[in-house]
Every structure is written in C-alpha cells, then in structure tokens.
Design a protein around this ligand. Structure first.
Ligand code: URA
Length: 246
C-alpha cells in the first residue's frame, strides 16, 4: 500500500481534522510501532506499521467494514437531530471517515447492520439487482397459519401496490405470539412489517440475523461492533457479482 503521512492517515480513520490530529499527537496519545510520536509528518505504510491511539490499534485498511449488533432506539443514519445514531455506537478507534450504514434498520429493529465507507460496495449490495438475502427473526402478534406462510412466501401485495419477490418463511412457533424466520431478497421501506400487515399481522419484535454471507456474531452484545474478517469481506464482495436467479 502507498505510504501516507501519519496525520493524514489518522484523519482518514476518523480522528478528526488535521488540526485535531495534531493536538492528539502533541498530547502523546499516539504510538507508532511501539514508539511515541508527536508529529504527523512521518510517512507510514498503513498495512505494515502499527498505530495505536490510547493503546487501541487503529485499523490499517483503506476501507473500514464493521458488523454492528444494533439495539433498538438508534437511527440507521450518520446524523439525526433528535435520536442517537448507529455511528454513536462505534468506538473511537473503529471510527473512519465517511463510515455509514449499508441500508437501514428501523429505529426499533435490532441485529446485524453493516457499516462501511466503501461506497461502491455499499451501492452494489443495495442495488435491487444484487438480490442479497436478508434473514429476519420476528415475533408476531397472533397465530401465523400455514396458509399465511404460503402467501408470504409466494409474494404479497404491499400497501402501495408493490408485489414482493418470493421469500422463505419458517414458522418456529405459532400461538398467541408466533416466531418466524423470514428471508427476503430485496429491501423496500419497512418491508417485513408491511409484508406481515398484508396478511393482517403485527410485528412486535424484529431482528436481522443475516445479510448475504454475513451472520450476526453471537459474541456481539447489543450495541457492540467488530471489524469484519478478511473472509467475510471477500464473501461480501462475491455476493455483488452474479445476479441471483430466483
Ligand atoms: N423490514 C422492516 O420492516 N423493518 C426493518 O428494520 C427491516 C426490514
């Protein structure tokens, strides 16, 4: 990878403006390969050199890819005037410039949310033609019958007249409250809730369990995130090439 000035590297990894990075360095909070550095003009190789800020390793990769276990109460956006956003959950050492959620989970939805600053990848993952599968666990008020399961799986007409693509529906339990796994290959606004509305049901809890090759890491508590592994990144990129035939 190209060598880069340390101050520029830190600014690109989300540690603020060049001026803020300068202050960080002056405050003796940065170690480069185990040595304290107080000026930003040193050139580093981000893939080989180790940079620590306050003892935490700063990711060397050009792009950042994080898996977040989103809790309810956070908005899937980079800024909001009234509510905390998912970016507020990212620890300082994992922040990166232009980090943004790939798609949206509703404020009350929990589970897997990918955050990246790899704009082209995000764009391809969200493109309808990519048909990236997303699996949700949901609790629904009331019984879900096999007939409703079949209707959901075949595709339902939403409130705006749109007919959803075929989906996979597993009923885990059916009763006063039913539990389902639902896999969809598109991402219309409030899609899961609206699909259930179409069969007269109300979603009372929604969690995303997987997206493409990514599965929610059971080791991540609500509100925690971690960088994707190399294998997960490779798998994600592979998803965006072929167009799936349903
Ligand atoms: N479908 C919904 O209705 N809400 C979400 O957050 C995600 C999918």
């Amino acid at each position: 990878m190209k060598r880069q000035r340390l101050d520029k590297f830190l600014a690109h990894r989300g540690f603020g403006t060049r001026r803020e990075v300068k202050a960080l360095l002056r405050a003796r909070r940065v170690l480069l390969n185990g040595q304290m550095v107080t000026t930003g003009d040193l050139k580093i190789d981000p893939t080989r050199d180790q940079v620590l800020v306050d003892g935490e390793k700063v990711e060397g990769r050009e792009f950042s890819y994080l898996m977040l276990n989103k809790p309810a109460g956070y908005i899937s956006a980079t800024k909001d005037r009234y509510a905390p956003t998912v970016l507020d959950l990212v620890p300082e050492n994992q922040r990166a410039r232009d980090l943004a959620p790939v798609g949206r989970l509703d404020k009350d939805t929990e589970g897997l949310l990918l955050l990246t600053n790899d704009g082209p990848l995000a764009h391809r993952l969200l493109a309808p033609v990519s048909r990236v599968p997303k699996t949700y666990f949901l609790r629904v008020d009331g019984e879900v019958t096999p007939a409703e399961q079949a209707v959901l799986a075949a595709g339902v007409v939403l409130d705006d007249g749109y007919r959803t693509l075929p989906a996979e529906v597993h009923i885990l339990t059916s009763g006063e409250v039913s539990e389902l796994l639902l896999t969809i290959y598109e991402g219309k606004f409030h899609q899961v809730k609206r699909m259930l509305h179409a069969v007269g049901k109300e979603v009372i809890y929604l969690q995303r369990r997987s997206m493409g090759n990514l599965t929610l890491d059971p080791g991540l508590a609500l509100g925690e995130c971690r960088p994707l592994t190399e294998e997960e990144i490779k798998g994600l990129k592979a998803w965006t090439r072929p167009v799936r035939q349903l």
